[in-house]
Write a protein that binds this ligand. Structure first.
Ligand code: FES
Length: 94
């Protein structure tokens, strides 16, 4: 199998602990920050050489999450507007 066909989740980001990209993503989506991920996996507790890569990956995940949230909010506003109201009206009535 060529390298470009490997599952990116299997990429090891911390070689000291063997922590993989997929583990980090799951923990991030579960609400853990860098410290929590370190405590849970042991990443960043050895040589520290993975700190940059994990930090960059967490920034990518944060940006993707923010983009997704903005798209959902925009979609909710569009749906509310097409129903004659606004998302704010819906929230205010709750
Ligand atoms: S590579 Fe992550 S602590 Fe060494």
């Amino acid at each position: 199998m060529a390298d470009d066909q490997k599952n990116p989740d299997d990429e090891v980001l911390c070689h000291c602990s063997g922590t993989r990209r997929g583990q980090i993503r799951e923990l991030f989506l579960g609400g853990r920050d860098m410290d929590g991920i370190s405590r849970w996996t042991g990443a960043l507790s050895g040589c520290g050489g993975c700190e940059w890569d994990i930090g960059v990956y967490l920034e990518e995940l944060s940006e993707a999450q923010a983009t997704e949230a903005a798209a959902s909010a925009s979609e909710a506003t569009d749906v509310a507007a097409s129903c004659g109201g606004s998302a704010q009206d819906d929230v205010a009535s709750q």
